[in-house]
Design a protein around this ligand. Structure first.
Ligand code: NAD
Ligand code: UGA
Length: 425
């Protein structure tokens, strides 16, 4: 079993660390935020991620998982050094590599001989070389090992991935990194670093384009009288298309698709090939946020200005507390600009949001709908399905629901006198 250092205790680093410990490795996770490290050492998980608390508790108890402040304290004796730091969108659309470069610079002089630096952050093609140039050590190899986990199902995705991708010039280093996943029963693909880096962006961009396609088809369904559920079901039977990632919604978002599509457009432009259709997908997705807000506007007699809009869901999808680039926030910001008075509820969000200054965030779904002129469902939390809709109807001023996730049982709502407006129906 290997000695692994993880740099960055966020969604990816924390999951990677806890899962590698679960697989039997000896893992030290480092971060720069002292209170995060203190909480983790007490077994408290700073993010919402199914199953992560059990794995962290297991590793702390077994003694093969620990948390330390500062990368240097994790890397001094480790054989593998995983970079899991943020790569946010820079001002020109490209990925900002400053955290990655800073982390590499921090550890370069203390890395043990013959150890391997592994990049798990999502980075543009050529970044393996950038990290090599920062480290400048003949006795240390740099390998790309992109991560494909989804938030909300991160632990399960890490332990049962569709594939593991390892990109390295040095075959021996590639085999050593691939060996860390020996107890993961998934295909491990070894390629060169540039291809590994591009696999990550191409996968995210492909999925984002797929979702834009679905949201556009949903809009077409509304115009021609088709039902998106039946259309996507019929499409999904074709194994070349597949059934997953065909759910329409208020637009795609999250911490990665927006920045990664922008970064791929930039990578392509720098390589001299314009990627217009990915740019078009980004533009259409932004337009779709407005389209969703317009749906709420037309659901209320006289429009939303001066009316009360209840919102269920703030996070970018269910199962996470992550609000980064959330479509719900995009839609609510537009409704706020249209003059709506908004009251929101989300099971993973407590307290008011700086990104939505005019929105009142409440602690239960019924308070949110009290005296509302319309309810908009923006995140697909399954708890919304089991609520008491007789009570919801009594509390609301008008029994109108815009269900931007097609989550609720429309026949049951109809029976209770609700007007239920979905996506693509
Ligand atoms: P995050 O913001 O949740 O976590 C990053 C952590 O790194 C933070 O806790 C931060 O304090 C820490 N950090 C920054 N600089 C550091 C340093 N020098 N030393 C130690 N710690 C440092 O980010 P994330 O969502 O985990 O994403 C990390 C990378 O993984 C990004 O490149 C992202 O694109 C990629 N990725 C994310 C996901 C996802 O679902 N979130 C999935 C696949 C890939
Ligand atoms: C996504 C990818 O799915 C992961 O493989 C990748 O590792 C990750 O980005 C990353 O690079 O960070 P994630 O952002 O956690 O994972 O979320 P997804 O489940 O992909 O959802 C992204 C957005 O698409 C959300 O807004 C979600 O609501 C939306 N979505 C997803 C739909 O509208 N319909 C669907 O059918 C699926």
């Amino acid at each position: 079993m290997a000695d692994i250092a993880i740099i960055g205790a966020g969604y990816v680093g924390l999951t990677t660390g806890a899962c590698f410990a679960h697989l039997g490795h000896d893992v030290t996770v480092a971060d720069v935020v002292p209170e995060k490290i203190e909480r983790l050492n007490r077994g408290e998980i700073p993010i919402l991620e199914a199953g992560l608390d059990e794995l962290v508790a297991e590793g702390l108890e077994a003694g093969n998982l620990r948390f330390v402040l500062g990368a240097a304290n994790a890397c001094r004796t480790a054989e593998f050094h995983y970079l899991c730091v943020p790569t946010p969108q820079g001002s020109d659309g490209s990925a900002d590599l400053s955290y990655l470069v800073a982390a590499a610079a921090e550890i370069k002089d203390i890395l043990p001989a013959n150890s391997v630096v592994v990049n798990k952050s999502t980075v543009p093609v050529g970044t393996t070389t950038v990290v090599e140039d920062v480290i400048r050590r003949e006795d240390v190899k740099v390998v790309s090992n992109p991560e494909f986990l989804r938030e909300g199902t991160a632990v399960s995705d890490f332990l049962h991935p569709d594939r593991v991708v390892v990109g390295a010039e040095d075959q021996e280093a590639a085999i050593r990194v691939a060996g860390l996943y020996a107890r993961v029963a998934s295909p491990v693909m070894v390629t060169d670093p540039v291809s590994a880096e591009l696999i990550k962006y191409a996968s995210n961009a492909f999925l984002a384009v797929k979702l834009t396609f679905v949201n556009e088809i949903a809009t077409l369904c509304e115009r021609v009288g088709a039902d998106i559920d039946d259309v996507t079901l019929g499409m999904g039977y074709d194994t070349r298309i597949g059934r997953s990632f065909l759910r329409p919604g208020p637009g795609w978002g999250g911490s990665c698709f927006p920045k990664d599509t922008a970064a791929l457009v930039r990578i392509a432009a720098d390589a001299g090939c314009a990627f217009d259709f990915i740019e078009q997908a980004i533009t259409l997705n932004t337009a779709h946020f407005q389209r969703t807000a317009d749906k709420v506007e037309s659901a209320v007699q006289g429009g939303v200005a001066g009316k009360t809009v209840a919102a269920w869901g703030l996070t970018f999808k269910a199962g996470t507390d992550d609000l980064r680039e959330s479509p719900a926030i995009e839609v609510l910001a537009r409704l706020g600009a249209m003059g709506a008075d908004i009251v929101a509820y989300d099971p993973a969000v407590h307290g008011q949001l700086a990104s939505l200054p005019g929105v009142r965030v409440v602690e239960d779904p019924y308070s949110a709908v009290d005296q509302a002129d319309v309810l908009v469902v923006l995140t697909e939390w399954s708890e919304f399905k089991g609520l008491n809709f007789d009570k919801v109807g009594e509390l609301m001023r008008s029994r109108t629901i815009v269900d931007a996730r097609n989550l609720l049982d429309r026949s049951a709502l109809k029976r209770r006198g609700f007007t239920h407006i979905g996506m693509g129906r």
